[in-house]
Design a protein around this ligand. Structure first.
Ligand SMILES: NC(=O)c1ccc[n+]([C@@H]2O[C@H](COP(=O)([O-])OP(=O)(O)OC[C@H]3O[C@@H](n4cnc5c(N)ncnc54)[C@H](OP(=O)(O)O)[C@@H]3O)[C@@H](O)[C@H]2O)c1
Length: 255
Protein backbone atom coordinates (compact mmCIF):
# COMPACT_ATOMS: atom_id res chain seq x y z
CA UNK A 1 0.00 0.00 0.00
CA UNK A 2 1.35 3.48 -0.87
CA UNK A 3 2.07 5.75 2.08
CA UNK A 4 1.51 9.48 1.81
CA UNK A 5 5.29 9.90 1.39
CA UNK A 6 5.43 7.65 -1.68
CA UNK A 7 5.54 9.25 -5.11
CA UNK A 8 5.31 7.92 -8.61
CA UNK A 9 7.99 9.46 -10.82
CA UNK A 10 5.41 9.86 -13.56
CA UNK A 11 3.10 11.99 -11.44
CA UNK A 12 5.77 13.73 -9.39
CA UNK A 13 4.85 17.19 -8.20
CA UNK A 14 7.20 19.62 -6.53
CA UNK A 15 4.64 22.21 -5.43
CA UNK A 16 6.14 24.65 -2.93
CA UNK A 17 9.45 22.76 -2.91
CA UNK A 18 12.58 24.89 -3.25
CA UNK A 19 14.93 23.36 -5.83
CA UNK A 20 18.44 24.82 -6.14
CA UNK A 21 20.33 23.97 -9.34
CA UNK A 22 24.02 24.84 -9.40
CA UNK A 23 24.85 24.78 -13.09
CA UNK A 24 21.27 25.84 -13.87
CA UNK A 25 22.45 28.48 -16.36
CA UNK A 26 23.18 26.01 -19.14
CA UNK A 27 22.97 22.50 -20.53
CA UNK A 28 21.59 19.79 -18.30
CA UNK A 29 21.14 22.11 -15.31
CA UNK A 30 18.96 24.44 -17.38
CA UNK A 31 16.74 21.49 -18.33
CA UNK A 32 16.55 20.27 -14.71
CA UNK A 33 15.48 23.74 -13.57
CA UNK A 34 12.88 23.98 -16.36
CA UNK A 35 11.39 20.55 -15.60
CA UNK A 36 11.27 21.20 -11.85
CA UNK A 37 9.60 24.59 -12.54
CA UNK A 38 6.98 22.82 -14.66
CA UNK A 39 6.36 20.44 -11.74
CA UNK A 40 5.54 23.38 -9.48
CA UNK A 41 8.85 23.99 -7.69
CA UNK A 42 10.34 27.30 -6.61
CA UNK A 43 13.64 27.49 -8.46
CA UNK A 44 17.03 29.01 -7.73
CA UNK A 45 19.69 28.71 -10.43
CA UNK A 46 23.38 29.32 -9.80
CA UNK A 47 26.69 29.46 -11.64
CA UNK A 48 29.38 32.15 -12.06
CA UNK A 49 27.89 34.24 -14.88
CA UNK A 50 25.06 36.36 -13.46
CA UNK A 51 24.00 37.82 -16.83
CA UNK A 52 23.61 34.34 -18.31
CA UNK A 53 21.64 33.27 -15.23
CA UNK A 54 19.26 36.23 -15.55
CA UNK A 55 18.63 35.45 -19.22
CA UNK A 56 17.98 31.76 -18.51
CA UNK A 57 15.75 32.58 -15.52
CA UNK A 58 13.59 34.70 -17.84
CA UNK A 59 13.40 31.83 -20.35
CA UNK A 60 12.27 29.37 -17.67
CA UNK A 61 9.50 31.58 -16.32
CA UNK A 62 8.45 34.18 -13.77
CA UNK A 63 9.85 34.14 -10.25
CA UNK A 64 12.98 32.09 -10.90
CA UNK A 65 15.65 33.21 -8.43
CA UNK A 66 19.23 33.87 -9.53
CA UNK A 67 22.11 33.33 -7.08
CA UNK A 68 25.56 33.56 -8.69
CA UNK A 69 28.46 31.72 -7.06
CA UNK A 70 31.85 30.30 -7.94
CA UNK A 71 31.85 26.80 -6.46
CA UNK A 72 35.62 26.74 -6.19
CA UNK A 73 35.61 29.68 -3.73
CA UNK A 74 34.80 28.03 -0.40
CA UNK A 75 34.25 31.30 1.49
CA UNK A 76 31.93 32.56 -1.24
CA UNK A 77 29.98 29.28 -1.16
CA UNK A 78 29.46 29.62 2.61
CA UNK A 79 28.01 33.13 2.23
CA UNK A 80 25.95 32.07 -0.80
CA UNK A 81 24.45 29.03 0.97
CA UNK A 82 23.37 31.04 3.99
CA UNK A 83 21.46 33.44 1.71
CA UNK A 84 19.33 30.80 -0.04
CA UNK A 85 16.67 30.25 2.63
CA UNK A 86 15.39 26.74 3.27
CA UNK A 87 15.97 24.19 0.52
CA UNK A 88 14.27 20.92 -0.41
CA UNK A 89 16.37 19.63 -3.28
CA UNK A 90 19.90 20.47 -4.38
CA UNK A 91 21.20 19.53 -7.83
CA UNK A 92 24.81 20.25 -8.77
CA UNK A 93 25.43 19.84 -12.50
CA UNK A 94 28.12 22.52 -12.67
CA UNK A 95 31.55 21.34 -13.68
CA UNK A 96 34.43 21.88 -16.03
CA UNK A 97 36.47 19.23 -17.78
CA UNK A 98 39.98 18.86 -19.20
CA UNK A 99 41.06 16.26 -21.69
CA UNK A 100 44.50 15.12 -22.77
CA UNK A 101 46.89 12.18 -22.82
CA UNK A 102 47.87 10.91 -19.37
CA UNK A 103 51.56 11.44 -20.17
CA UNK A 104 51.22 15.12 -21.06
CA UNK A 105 48.06 16.55 -19.46
CA UNK A 106 49.23 19.33 -17.20
CA UNK A 107 48.85 18.56 -13.49
CA UNK A 108 47.36 21.99 -12.84
CA UNK A 109 44.56 21.30 -15.31
CA UNK A 110 43.76 18.03 -13.53
CA UNK A 111 43.80 19.78 -10.14
CA UNK A 112 41.52 22.51 -11.52
CA UNK A 113 39.11 19.85 -12.74
CA UNK A 114 39.02 18.20 -9.31
CA UNK A 115 38.43 21.67 -7.81
CA UNK A 116 35.51 22.34 -10.14
CA UNK A 117 33.89 18.89 -10.43
CA UNK A 118 34.67 17.24 -7.08
CA UNK A 119 35.52 19.83 -4.41
CA UNK A 120 32.98 22.35 -5.78
CA UNK A 121 29.99 20.00 -5.37
CA UNK A 122 31.48 18.67 -2.12
CA UNK A 123 31.62 22.12 -0.52
CA UNK A 124 28.27 23.21 -2.00
CA UNK A 125 26.53 20.11 -0.58
CA UNK A 126 28.14 20.51 2.84
CA UNK A 127 27.29 24.20 3.12
CA UNK A 128 23.72 23.80 1.85
CA UNK A 129 22.99 20.87 4.18
CA UNK A 130 22.23 22.93 7.34
CA UNK A 131 19.57 24.79 5.32
CA UNK A 132 17.86 21.68 3.93
CA UNK A 133 14.40 20.57 5.00
CA UNK A 134 13.97 17.00 6.22
CA UNK A 135 12.99 14.67 3.40
CA UNK A 136 15.04 16.50 0.78
CA UNK A 137 17.63 15.26 -1.68
CA UNK A 138 21.03 16.03 -3.15
CA UNK A 139 21.88 15.02 -6.72
CA UNK A 140 25.45 15.23 -8.02
CA UNK A 141 26.76 14.47 -11.50
CA UNK A 142 29.45 12.10 -12.76
CA UNK A 143 29.55 10.65 -16.29
CA UNK A 144 30.12 7.43 -18.25
CA UNK A 145 33.89 7.85 -18.18
CA UNK A 146 33.95 6.84 -14.52
CA UNK A 147 33.45 3.20 -15.44
CA UNK A 148 34.04 3.12 -19.23
CA UNK A 149 37.49 4.46 -19.98
CA UNK A 150 37.98 6.69 -23.01
CA UNK A 151 41.22 7.83 -24.60
CA UNK A 152 42.62 11.11 -23.24
CA UNK A 153 40.14 11.14 -20.35
CA UNK A 154 42.10 9.65 -17.43
CA UNK A 155 41.67 12.73 -15.21
CA UNK A 156 38.00 13.25 -16.06
CA UNK A 157 37.24 9.56 -15.53
CA UNK A 158 38.97 9.68 -12.14
CA UNK A 159 37.06 12.73 -10.95
CA UNK A 160 33.77 11.12 -12.06
CA UNK A 161 34.69 8.02 -10.06
CA UNK A 162 35.46 10.16 -7.00
CA UNK A 163 32.02 11.83 -7.22
CA UNK A 164 30.26 8.44 -7.42
CA UNK A 165 32.18 7.15 -4.41
CA UNK A 166 31.39 10.31 -2.44
CA UNK A 167 27.66 9.99 -3.21
CA UNK A 168 27.43 6.48 -1.74
CA UNK A 169 29.12 7.57 1.47
CA UNK A 170 27.05 10.74 1.78
CA UNK A 171 23.87 8.69 1.30
CA UNK A 172 24.84 6.50 4.24
CA UNK A 173 25.76 9.37 6.54
CA UNK A 174 22.94 11.78 5.67
CA UNK A 175 20.00 9.35 5.76
CA UNK A 176 17.23 9.24 6.72
CA UNK A 177 16.85 13.04 6.60
CA UNK A 178 18.46 13.55 3.19
CA UNK A 179 18.80 11.23 0.20
CA UNK A 180 21.90 11.52 -2.00
CA UNK A 181 22.17 10.25 -5.58
CA UNK A 182 24.21 10.66 -8.73
CA UNK A 183 23.29 11.12 -12.38
CA UNK A 184 25.84 9.62 -14.73
CA UNK A 185 25.09 10.86 -18.25
CA UNK A 186 26.48 9.58 -21.49
CA UNK A 187 27.07 12.11 -24.26
CA UNK A 188 24.23 14.60 -24.64
CA UNK A 189 23.81 17.59 -26.93
CA UNK A 190 24.61 20.38 -24.51
CA UNK A 191 26.18 23.79 -24.09
CA UNK A 192 29.25 21.94 -22.83
CA UNK A 193 30.26 21.53 -26.50
CA UNK A 194 29.33 25.07 -27.60
CA UNK A 195 32.99 26.00 -28.09
CA UNK A 196 33.57 23.30 -30.72
CA UNK A 197 33.55 23.81 -34.45
CA UNK A 198 29.90 23.03 -35.41
CA UNK A 199 30.84 20.47 -38.08
CA UNK A 200 33.26 18.68 -35.78
CA UNK A 201 30.61 18.69 -33.05
CA UNK A 202 27.96 17.13 -35.31
CA UNK A 203 30.48 14.52 -36.47
CA UNK A 204 31.25 13.70 -32.83
CA UNK A 205 27.53 13.37 -32.00
CA UNK A 206 26.96 11.17 -35.06
CA UNK A 207 29.89 8.83 -34.49
CA UNK A 208 29.19 8.50 -30.77
CA UNK A 209 25.49 7.95 -31.42
CA UNK A 210 26.21 5.24 -34.00
CA UNK A 211 28.29 3.36 -31.41
CA UNK A 212 25.40 3.22 -28.93
CA UNK A 213 22.56 0.69 -28.76
CA UNK A 214 20.00 3.54 -29.02
CA UNK A 215 21.75 4.86 -32.17
CA UNK A 216 22.01 8.50 -31.06
CA UNK A 217 23.37 10.78 -28.37
CA UNK A 218 21.04 12.10 -25.68
CA UNK A 219 19.13 15.32 -25.08
CA UNK A 220 19.41 17.37 -21.90
CA UNK A 221 15.72 16.84 -21.07
CA UNK A 222 16.33 13.09 -20.90
CA UNK A 223 18.93 13.64 -18.18
CA UNK A 224 16.64 16.16 -16.47
CA UNK A 225 13.87 13.56 -16.27
CA UNK A 226 16.30 11.20 -14.53
CA UNK A 227 17.30 13.94 -12.08
CA UNK A 228 13.61 14.52 -11.27
CA UNK A 229 13.16 10.80 -10.64
CA UNK A 230 16.09 10.85 -8.17
CA UNK A 231 14.67 13.98 -6.55
CA UNK A 232 11.14 12.71 -6.07
CA UNK A 233 11.40 8.96 -5.41
CA UNK A 234 11.75 8.70 -1.64
CA UNK A 235 13.02 5.11 -1.73
CA UNK A 236 16.11 5.89 -3.84
CA UNK A 237 19.40 6.85 -2.22
CA UNK A 238 23.06 6.04 -2.84
CA UNK A 239 22.24 5.32 -6.49
CA UNK A 240 24.42 6.09 -9.49
CA UNK A 241 21.93 6.22 -12.35
CA UNK A 242 23.32 5.72 -15.86
CA UNK A 243 21.40 7.63 -18.53
CA UNK A 244 23.68 6.89 -21.41
CA UNK A 245 21.90 5.33 -24.39
CA UNK A 246 23.42 1.96 -23.50
CA UNK A 247 27.02 3.19 -23.36
CA UNK A 248 27.78 0.65 -20.62
CA UNK A 249 26.97 -2.24 -22.95
CA UNK A 250 28.25 -0.85 -26.24
CA UNK A 251 30.98 -2.43 -28.32
CA UNK A 252 34.17 -0.82 -27.07
CA UNK A 253 36.59 0.82 -28.29
CA UNK A 254 38.99 1.67 -31.07
CA UNK A 255 42.32 3.34 -30.44
N1 LIG B 1 27.15 17.03 -21.73
C1 LIG B 1 27.61 15.76 -21.74
O1 LIG B 1 27.74 15.13 -22.80
C2 LIG B 1 28.00 15.10 -20.44
C3 LIG B 1 28.47 13.77 -20.47
C4 LIG B 1 28.83 13.17 -19.28
C5 LIG B 1 28.73 13.86 -18.08
N2 LIG B 1 28.28 15.16 -18.10
C6 LIG B 1 28.23 15.86 -16.82
O2 LIG B 1 26.95 16.42 -16.62
C7 LIG B 1 27.06 17.63 -15.89
C8 LIG B 1 26.37 18.77 -16.63
O3 LIG B 1 26.95 18.89 -17.92
P1 LIG B 1 26.44 20.00 -18.96
O4 LIG B 1 26.57 19.42 -20.30
O5 LIG B 1 25.15 20.57 -18.53
O6 LIG B 1 27.58 21.11 -18.78
P2 LIG B 1 27.56 22.67 -19.20
O7 LIG B 1 26.46 22.96 -20.16
O8 LIG B 1 28.96 22.97 -19.61
O9 LIG B 1 27.21 23.40 -17.84
C9 LIG B 1 28.15 23.47 -16.83
C10 LIG B 1 27.76 24.62 -15.93
O10 LIG B 1 28.71 24.71 -14.87
C11 LIG B 1 28.88 26.08 -14.54
N3 LIG B 1 30.15 26.14 -13.85
C12 LIG B 1 31.37 25.74 -14.28
N4 LIG B 1 32.29 25.96 -13.34
C13 LIG B 1 31.65 26.52 -12.29
C14 LIG B 1 32.06 27.01 -11.02
N5 LIG B 1 33.36 26.96 -10.64
N6 LIG B 1 31.15 27.52 -10.17
C15 LIG B 1 29.84 27.59 -10.53
N7 LIG B 1 29.38 27.15 -11.72
C16 LIG B 1 30.28 26.64 -12.59
C17 LIG B 1 28.81 26.80 -15.89
O11 LIG B 1 28.34 28.13 -15.85
P3 LIG B 1 29.27 29.43 -15.68
O12 LIG B 1 30.32 29.35 -16.74
O13 LIG B 1 28.32 30.57 -15.84
O14 LIG B 1 29.83 29.35 -14.29
C18 LIG B 1 27.75 25.97 -16.58
O15 LIG B 1 26.45 26.52 -16.31
C19 LIG B 1 28.56 17.86 -15.68
O16 LIG B 1 28.96 17.34 -14.43
C20 LIG B 1 29.18 17.05 -16.79
O17 LIG B 1 30.51 16.65 -16.51
C21 LIG B 1 27.91 15.80 -19.23
Amino acid sequence: MMSSKTHSALSARLDDKHVVVVGGGSGIGHSVASRAYTCGARITIASRDSEKLKRVAGEIGGGVNVAPVNMTDETAVQTWASGLGSIDHLVVSASSASHGPFESLDTQRVRAMFDAKFFGPYVVAREVLPHMNTGGSITLFSGVLSRKPGMNCSGLGAVNGAVESLVRRMALELGPDTRVNCCSPGMVRSDAYAGMDPQAREAMYTSTGESLPVGRVGETVEIADAALFLMTNGYVTGLVLDIDGGHMVRQYATR
